[in-house]
Ligand binder design. Structure first.
Ligand SMILES: Cc1cc2nc3c(=O)[nH]c(=O)nc-3n(C[C@H](O)[C@H](O)[C@H](O)COP(=O)(O)OP(=O)(O)OC[C@H]3O[C@@H](n4cnc5c(N)ncnc54)[C@H](O)[C@@H]3O)c2cc1C
Length: 425
């Protein structure tokens, strides 16, 4: 079993990184070379700005290259509950922003000719308990009427049309969701940004952020110093950046296993419609079939942070869950096991804006392969002076009480969710 991301292992790595020192002046320094940063760099370079991407490791080496491969539309949250909390107009606006985000990914794939197996196959959300299905059914009318006419509610007796398992109590189908190969998309996005003139520096983590009048910043990196007239912070789940973000971003581990390639008959026996799939458990699962017929099966597993030992322990939890869900493929070997940390916010909604002269987009909370790309593009337009381009403008973002970076409270939160899951609540 390889302890690496299947997406990164099965795609060519980006080879267009700069070899010289980080030095001089640029219009915009983008800190972070995941989907958010690369998408912003592409848009800024296309608009004629001089751009440097400063990435601590390799491009798309963090969340963007380590995720479940889903490009889902709409909110991951219950729409009715979100409307109850934020009001119908704002909830609908957020839902539509995620829909637009999938369109943005599709547009970039087409415009930049990125061969990444992008496919609009739809998503299925599976109710893990009778109570969860009742909640789904209660919220369905408002979801379909106010946000997404292309959704369908499936009673328990119809789940087998979609998923070869008897453990679910019903489901919701979202037809506008998509999926793609994350390693191929990420490398293609980096190549596109570089082709349009963005200079991409890997192994160039920013260690000092010093303001130098107005919105300009002097950034110290492992490979030199640059003066940037504007800074775009796209650092995902990092907890060592500027203080404002450390108090608001909560890193939470998420883990994935990938089976050996399945036969067509095995795929048809577990996921005949080949959609992306999620379950409603609080510590739930997400899964899909990869282009080479592997089952990519993920979840929060132990509600822990990711590191090599933690990834292996979580992989064992996931194997147990996979076998319970799909006993018909229990004997298929597991080829890959990996983990990563998602950049969660307290309400699991993303944030984008301007702070201390820096533009930022983050807090994607595990539902961000589409929104990262979209926000990179939108916030590039904000930098160009189009303030209304931020689809998340006006969303308040208070600090998390008692939180200053490392999430000391994760075990307690994990225990709370495990108890709720056991009760089916
Ligand atoms: C296991 C897992 C499964 C997921 N599954 C899905 C899914 O199926 N669908 C979905 O929609 N979302 C999923 N997500 C979330 C999704 O991958 C992210 O929302 C998205 O990739 C975020 O992109 P990003 O560019 O903002 O962050 P990242 O890809 O994390 O990029 C941030 C980059 O910033 C760099 N960085 C940090 N600090 C510094 C610094 N000081 N200097 C320089 N560079 C720095 C990091 O090295 C990193 O490369 C998943 C995430 C994980 C971890």
């Amino acid at each position: 079993m390889k302890p690496v991301s299947y997406w990164l292992d099965s795609a060519p790595a980006f080879a267009g990184g700069e070899t010289g020192a980080v030095e001089g002046e640029v219009d915009v320094a983008v800190v972070g070379g995941g989907f958010t940063g690369l998408s912003a760099a592409l848009a800024l370079a296309q608009a004629g700005a001089s751009v440097m991407v400063l990435e601590r490791g390799r491009v798309v080496g963090a969340q963007s290259g380590r995720n479940g491969g889903h490009v889902n539309n709409g909110l991951a949250h219950d729409f009715g509950a979100t409307a109850g909390r934020l009001g119908l107009a704002q909830a609908r606006g957020l839902y539509q922003a995620f829909d637009a985000a999938v369109d943005t990914v599709e547009r970039i794939v087409m415009d930049q000719q990125i061969a990444c197996d992008f496919r609009r196959g739809g998503k299925i959300k599976l109710a893990a308990s009778a109570a969860h299905f009742e909640g789904m059914a209660r919220g369905f009318d408002v979801l379909q009427r106010e946000a997404d006419a292309e959704t369908e509610l499936l009673e328990r007796g119809r789940v087998r049309e979609e998923i070869g398992s008897d453990i679910f109590h019903g489901a919701l189908v979202y037809r506008r969701s998509a999926q793609m190969h994350m390693g191929k998309f990420g490398a293609g996005l980096a190549v596109a940004a570089a082709r349009h003139g963005a200079r991409i520096f890997e192994n160039a983590g920013v260690t000092q952020w010093r303001r130098q009048g107005g919105a300009a910043y002097r950034l110290t990196t492992a490979r030199g110093i640059v003066l940037a007239r504007r800074v775009f912070v796209a650092t995902g789940a990092a907890v060592d950046g500027p203080w404002f973000f450390r108090r608001r971003i909560i890193p939470i581990g998420s883990f994935i296993i990938a089976t050996a390639p399945l036969s067509e008959a095995q795929v048809n026996s577990i996921m005949p419609t080949r959609r992306t799939a999620t379950t409603t458990r609080h510590i739930g699962n997400y899964f899909r079939i990869a282009p080479d017929n592997r089952l990519i099966f993920g979840g929060r597993a132990r509600f822990a942070l990711s590191n090599p030992a933690s990834d292996v322990k979580s992989g064992l939890v996931l194997q147990g869950q996979l076998r319970e869900m799909f006993p018909q493929i229990a004997a298929v070997p597991i080829d890959y096991c990996w983990g990563g940390e998602v950049d969660a916010t307290a309400d699991r909604l993303p944030r984008a804006g301007e702070r201390d002269g820096m533009v930022y987009a983050m807090g994607l909370s595990g539902h961000g392969t589409q929104m990262s790309v979209h926000l990179g593009q939108c916030m590039a337009r904000v930098i160009a002076g189009e303030a209304a381009a931020n689809p998340l403008a006006g969303l308040a973002w208070p600090a998390v009480a008692g939180h200053f970076g490392p999430p000391w409270f994760l075990p307690a939160v994990g225990l709370y969710y495990r108890i709720k899951d056991r009760l089916g609540a």
